[in-house]
Ligand binder design. Structure first.
Ligand code: UT7
Length: 332
């Protein structure tokens, strides 16, 4: 028996209001607008308010995706939320979003796969839908990365921002915008130490020492992440194209993780894909971890960039290290 087809029925995203520019950062650490733009492409990023949490941004993007799907929250029968900055260790932030949406009883769970988590969650949602237990799954990616950003570390603090994206995945084709054609996930745990937030878990529970040693902030070996990103993203993209007997020229749009323009340039060069096929928003958002790719996807959708039958590929990498790609065919 062929597995049921899975569709995207609603898409939404949310960016907080406050803008932090490279010039603002120049006043905070020893950096320059010129360095940040030339090394990353980032010019500004959005910062959540002090009392605005991952679940609040997630709720906003979820509401927009539901509105886009013309669905009420009651029609959602499962919530998956991905992040690296959950509201707290437990309960799951997905449960908080369920409460915010005014619904109850549907299963809710959090998924952690670094910046690849949206695509990971799309595959998990597709599998759950194909089991036949659910009809409409809300997948939300939300990160308040600035809550774990070390504002004294110029090598990381210039890179990140906050934001959220959401989509409704469904076995119902009516009013769907896109069909989920395929997903491919990968992880390399041996590379985990190049990108992590060491403090706060069972290995380094919060203590005076973990705070003094700044272990509750994001730590990164940027050069190694950069190399892994180009290699790993390229590999999953190549493999999903081969598995679907497609050439890269068949892709009309690539939705990359929004981390660094130079990473996107390198992937484009590897595949000889014209840069204008890549949806890039990082110059005005920075890297918003799991939320990034979905926000780029939503903005391109709302700008009318996708046409019927267009093939769209997500291509992401993140802490883990994780790598993930999804192929979509645009329907509407
Ligand atoms: O979601 C995944 C998250 N992470 C990523 O995607 C990050 C991937 N990596 C990168 O994007 C790049 O490696 C960075 C943008 C983080 C760094 O760029 P780079 O070209 O790899 O620079 P680098 O780390 O090799 O540093 C070059 C120089 C160093 O100075 P010296 O040792 O050559 O004197 C750094 O100290 O740039 C210096 N530097 C800075 N200078 C001004 C590092 N950060 C800054 C800064 N402003 N913000």
């Amino acid at each position: 028996m062929n597995p049921k087809k899975v569709f995207i029925r609603g898409i939404g995203s949310y960016l907080p209001e406050r803008v932090l520019t490279n010039r603002d950062l120049e006043a905070m650490v020893d950096t320059s607008d010129e360095w940040i733009v030339s090394r990353t492409g980032i010019r500004e990023r959005r910062i959540a308010a002090d009392d605005e949490f991952t679940s609040d941004m997630a709720t906003q993007s979820a509401r927009r995706a539901l509105e886009d799907a013309k669905m009420s929250p009651q029609e959602i029968d499962c919530i998956l939320l991905c992040s690296v900055t959950f509201d707290m260790a437990f309960p799951a932030t997905a449960c908080i979003v369920q409460k915010n949406l005014g619904i109850s009883s549907c299963p809710c769970m959090d998924i952690e796969a670094g910046c690849s988590a949206l695509v990971y969650s799309m595959e998990v949602a597709a599998g759950l839908l194909q089991l036949g237990h659910y009809k409409n799954i809300l997948v939300v990616a939300s990160d308040k990365l600035t809550s774990i950003t070390d504002w004294q570390d110029r090598s990381t603090c210039v890179l990140f921002g906050d934001g959220s994206s959401a989509m409704v995945l469904s076995t119902e084709a009516s009013r769907a915008q896109a069909e989920l054609v395929d997903t491919l996930l990968r992880a390399e745990g041996k590379d985990g130490e190049i990108l992590m937030q060491p403090g706060g878990g069972s290995r380094h529970p919060a203590s005076v020492e973990t705070v003094q040693n700044r272990l509750h902030y994001l730590k990164m070996n940027g050069r190694e992440v950069f190399k892994g990103a180009v290699r790993g993203t390229g590999a999953v993209l190549k493999d999903i194209l081969a598995r679907n007997r497609l050439e890269s020229a068949a892709l009309q749009h690539i939705i990359p993780h929004q981390a660094n323009q130079r990473i996107i340039d390198a992937v484009a060069e590897t595949f000889a894909i014209p840069l204008d096929k890549f949806v890039v928003i990082l110059h005005r958002t920075g890297n918003m971890s799991a939320g990034s790719a979905g926000i780029a996807f939503d903005e391109a959708y709302r700008e009318g960039r996708f046409a019927e039958n267009d093939l769209i590929a997500f291509a992401t990498f993140g802490a883990g290290m994780t790598y993930a790609t999804a192929l979509l065919r645009w329907l509407a």
